[in-house]
Write a protein that binds this ligand. Structure first.
Ligand code: ADP
Ligand code: MG
Length: 155
C-alpha cells in the first residue's frame, strides 16, 4: 500500500494525472470514501490526462458514463445501487472485464466481492476541509506495478 496526503484540490489532481499517465488498459480503479472525499475530482483528472474532451460528471443518476480518450473510460457510480442483479443490468461485468478500456468505480466498496482480481483500490479519507489521505492498495500485478510506480516519485 502507498498513501499520500494532499492539502489542496490541485495536489489531488497531480496524483490523478500521474495515475492517468501510467495506467494500463484493463485496469479497474475501485474508488472508496465518503461524499465529498474527492472521487469524482480524481476521475476527472485521470480522464483529462487520457485526453478526454467531453465533460466528466458524476454518474449518480445514470450510474455509468463512457468517455472516449486515448482509450475508453467506464465511469461508474454505485451509490444508488443495492443489488448485484442491477450490476448485470448496466453491463458492469462486461466493462470491468474488458481489456479495451479503464474502469473507474465510485462507491466500489458497496460491491467489493464483484470486483475483478486485478482491481486497484483507491481510498479517500477526509482529514480536514482541504486535506485528504489517498491510499492505493491491491493484490494483483496491475496494482503492484502501479503502487511501485507511485513509490518511485515518478513524473
Ligand atoms: P466525491 O466524488 O468523493 O463525492 P468530489 O470529487 O465530487 O467528491 O468532491 C470533492 C470536493 O472536495 C470538491 O469540492 C473539492 O474542491 C474538495 N476538496 C478540497 N480539498 C481537496 C483535496 N485535497 N483533494 C480533493 N478534493 C478536495
Ligand atoms: Mg462523486
Amino acid at each position: 500500500m502507498i498513501s499520500f496526503t494532499t492539502n489542496s484540490e490541485n495536489e489531488t489532481e497531480k496524483i490523478a494525472a500521474i495515475v492517468g499517465k501510467h495506467i494500463k488498459r484493463g485496469t479497474t480503479l475501485a474508488l472508496m470514501g465518503d461524499l465529498g472525499a474527492g472521487k469524482t475530482l480524481f476521475t476527472k483528472h485521470i480522464a483529462k490526462t487520457l485526453e478526454v474532451k467531453s465533460e466528466v460528471t458524476s454518474p449518480t443518476f445514470n450510474l455509468m458514463n463512457v468517455y472516449e480518450g486515448i482509450c475508453p473510460i467506464y465511469h461508474f457510480d454505485l451509490y444508488r445501487l443495492d443489488n448485484v442483479s442491477e450490476l448485470y443490468d448496466i453491463g458492469f461485468y462486461e466493462y470491468v472485464e474488458s481489456d479495451e478500456g479503464i474502469s473507474v468505480i465510485e462507491w466500489a466498496d458497496k460491491f467489493r466481492s464483484e470486483l475483478p482480481v486485478n482491481t486497484v483500490n483507491v481510498n479517500f479519507e477526509v482529514l480536514d476541509e482541504n486535506s485528504r489521505r489517498i491510499s492505493f492498495s491491491g493484490k494483483g500485478e496491475i496494482a503492484e506495478d502501479l503502487i511501485e510506480m507511485l513509490g518511485k516519485g515518478i513524473d
